[in-house]
Design a protein around this ligand. Structure first.
Ligand code: GLA
Length: 753
């Protein structure tokens, strides 16, 4: 062992180079120290002068600044980067080599910082893509087992001739030191039919982990995102809040490690909170042969000095612009056949459903599960047919072409359900390719929903999965929409494609395989709208959204529970992508009956659709449905692209109130729902947010039943922005499940129209 001239606990950290990565209001400041280590100096509000801030003593002398990425070995124990080197040693000490910042466009810069181990020739490149206007930092890492010729500064003493094994490989580690002692963490938990429930807890010393090991699902258990308030409990409109989301459609883990910073020998209190996100789950070690790289998923970091409302608006704007397909194009009004027909349909049933939809003013008919599988493999239940993507000619003797034509004749688009990553044991595909499923061959297959998962780490399977969808799309170019489902997770973990020593690659390679299939679909069928569905909301993450237009928020269509599900999701994902369908009563999931208007008003706050057979609705309701679809069309572009302002939380009151503001158009749309009715209950005045105090607005309630009295006392009145902001409007929601949709339109916009 050699001793060098650096003591372990240096009295002062001499930062030679500052790397300041900025957005409009936030900054991540990293420092390169004299010993070439890279440390995190600051994450938070943008600094006027980072260098003087660092030297001003705010970061105390002698304080050990946290490493920007902690590697196991050297003096680090709690490492987010851990590797077994080719010589089987475990320690890594990452040192700075270089960095570069490039302007991508007016709004974005990308900074790449290259680090490497002191001994071994491993490169770790930290990437930060800063989106200025949205205060978002996309962070990811590329780890390379480098070839000897790429050695820099002759630092390598031991060129690797073989593979290394990555055990921990996070996308980024956010280190917040000595910021506060009052962190509050909000997470989004839930499972099938109860997605994105919110909980907020004080972070105490110790390690808190949010994770999901399902393999194919990213957002059951927990949605891969959090919101962290640094100043006590979070507030909608004020306070410093940091949020992170993991863009990955598979298993993941987020660690919140809150403790005394290491080696705090002096009397000053030091505290360090590190937050890391990785796809490194149980048994997910990854080998890199010489010259190979692994790119981690993106960790999307979001900053607000004005509460969680701003966090949501940042995510929504960024997602629409950079991480959602056609993020500014309002989506069609869909009727999906599942709850209206399940597997029990024929051509007449489907054409009747189309008739109903067309009469109501809907725009696109989607045929859900049950249209495929031939002869004994017909998909008439969950027991057969997955994998056999040929039309069932018994049920649909005239084929898909006939249905598409029927839709066209009624002025409707046509969409189709697929679950292409799956196979039923009772199917032609399974008989032909039993080796394509995820399983350990010497163990029994474990069925879930009577199906198995195809092994997407295998390029032959990727090609097949792509072909199953592409063949149908190529044959029927008028198919406008695909609902891409995924109804089970990994069990009996094993791949017959991966070699024995690389079985643990499955977690990562499966998702990369899935993304490559999505990309091919996207490239070759760019006009087809893609919905991501996974038993409802099992795949709601920014990685999936990048390849889709929308997500199915939940199989739970009960409007009351949907208020909570949509509320949770609204913190992260934009309304344009949130598919909400009105279904029949009593609701098939909860058995609850709710007013038709309430069901529509709840669904209209995202992408409105229907999940029923309209002939199951009483005749007298149809007029309201027609009116509701019309009302929705008049506000859909504002809901789709406006800024969300949440006004009253269903978690904190008996109401839920939210609004979308399109400042340029001068319109705000408000949705109010009453969730519980008690006598003597106070309905607070509803004060708007975000509008211009100096302008005047016309208040107009829409989506009322014929002859129904408006709920808004100020309906039809002109009100000043200042009054609306400070005093608000009065709503009379006098019964349980009363609801209102109200538009506020700037006066000059009224004259323009
Ligand atoms: C899943 C989806 C549903 C429906 C069924 C069909 O549960 O979430 O919307 O498509 O599959 O089997």
């Amino acid at each position: 062992m050699k001793l060098n001239d650096k003591t372990l606990y240096a009295p002062e950290y001499n930062i030679e180079t500052l790397i300041n990565i900025e957005t409009n209001t936030a900054a991540l400041v990293l420092g390169v120290c004299q010993d070439s280590s890279l440390v995190t100096c600051h994450f938070g509000a943008k600094l006027d002068n980072p260098r003087s801030y660092i030297s001003s003593g705010i970061i105390a002398k002698g304080e050990e600044l946290p490493k920007a990425i902690s590697a196991f070995g050297g003096s680090e124990h709690n490492a987010i980067f851990r590797v077994t080197h080719v010589d089987k040693t475990l320690a890594t000490e990452l040192i700075y080599l270089s960095h570069l910042t490039a302007e991508i466009d007016e709004n974005r810069t990308e900074t790449v910082i290259e680090l490497r181990d002191k001994i071994h020739n491993i490169s770790v490149a930290l990437h930060f893509l800063a989106c200025k206007a949205e205060d978002i930092f996309e962070c990811w890492t590329v780890i390379t087992n480098k070839l000897a010729k790429n050695n820099v500064n002759n630092l390598a003493k031991n060129n690797e001739a073989d593979s290394i094994t990555l055990h921990n490989y996070a996308s980024f580690e956010l280190a917040l030191s000595n910021l506060t002692a009052d962190y509050y963490l909000t997470s989004f938990f839930g499972l099938w039919e109860r997605e994105a429930s919110m909980q907020e807890e004080k972070l105490c010393f110790g390690k808190k982990t949010l994770e999901n090991n399902y393999g194919t699902w990213s957002s059951f258990g927990f949605n891969p995102a959090f919101i962290l308030s640094t100043e006590g409990k979070s507030h909608e409109d004020f306070g410093e809040v940091i949020s992170g989301a993991y863009a990955w459609t598979g298993s993941w883990k987020m660690d919140f490690n809150y403790n005394f910073n290491k080696l705090a020998h002096d009397r000053e209190q030091r505290q360090l909170l590190t937050i890391s996100a990785s796809n490194q789950v149980i048994a997910a070690d990854y080998q890199l042969a010489l010259g190979e790289s692994l790119t981690t998923p993106k960790f999307i970091l979001n900053y607000s000095s004005q509460g969680t409302g701003q966090i949501s608006r940042n995510f929504h704007r960024w997602c629409r612009q950079y991480s959602l397909r056609d993020g500014d194009t309002p989506r069609p009004i869909v009727l999906n056949s599942w709850e209206g027909a399940y597997f029990d349909f024929n051509e007449t049933v489907l054409v009747n459903m189309m008739d109903g939809l067309a009469k109501m003013g809907g725009e696109l008919f989607v045929l859900d599960d049950g249209w495929f599988g031939v002869n004994e493999f017909a998909r008439d239940s969950i027991y057969s047919g997955l994998g056999d993507w040929q039309v069932n000619n018994t049920k649909l003797p005239n084929g898909l072409g006939f249905l598409i034509e029927q839709a066209k004749q009624r002025g409707l688009g046509f969409g189709l359900w697929f679950e292409p990553e799956m196979v039923s044991p009772h199917s032609q595909l399974f008989k032909q390719h039993p080796d394509w499923v995820i399983q350990q061959t010497d163990r029994d297959n474990i069925l879930y929903r009577q199906q198995l998962v195809l092994d997407l780490s295998n390029p032959a399977v990727q090609a097949h999965v792509y072909q199953s969808v592409a063949t149908v799309l190529a044959q029927y170019p008028d198919i406008a929409y695909i609902k891409w489902d995924c109804n089970r997770s990994f069990t009996n973990f094993g791949s017959q494609h991966l070699t024995k020593d690389k079985q643990s690659h499955l977690w990562y390679d499966y998702v990369q395989g899935l993304y490559s299939v999505y990309q091919r679909i996207e490239q070759n069928f760019p006009k087809v709208i893609l919905q991501v569905c996974a038993s409802g909301g099992g795949r709601i993450d920014f990685g999936a959204l990048k390849h889709h237009h929308e997500f199915w928020a939940s199989d739970n269509t009960d409007a009351l529970q949907r208020v909570f599900i949509q509320w949770g999701l609204s913190h992260l994902y934009p309304a344009i992508a949130c598919a909400n369908h009105v279904s029949i009563c009593p609701n098939h999931q909860t058995g609850r009956s709710l007013p038709l208007k309430f069901r529509f008003d709840v669904a209209m706050s995202g992408r409105l659709g229907l999940e029923l057979n309209l002939s199951d609705l009483p005749e007298k309701s149809l007029q309201f449905v027609q009116g509701a679809v019309k009302s929705y069309k008049s506000i859909r572009h504002i809901v789709a692209t406006g800024d969300l302002y949440r006004l009253l939380s269903p978690y904190k009151s008996d109401y839920a109130i939210l609004s979308y503001l399109a400042a340029k158009e001068g319109v705000l749309i408000l949705f109010a729902y009453k969730l519980k009715h008690l006598l003597g209950q106070l309905m607070p005045m509803v004060k708007l947010k975000g509008i211009d105090a100096a302008k005047t607005y016309l208040v107009k309630e829409i989506n009322l039943h014929e002859q129904q009295q408006p709920h808004c006392r100020q309906n039809g009145m002109l009100m000043t922005g200042s009054d609306l902001l400070t005093r608000g409007v009065r709503l009379t929601l006098t019964e349980e499940y009363d609801s209102a949709v109200i538009t506020f339109t700037e006066q000059n916009q009224l004259t323009k129209n």
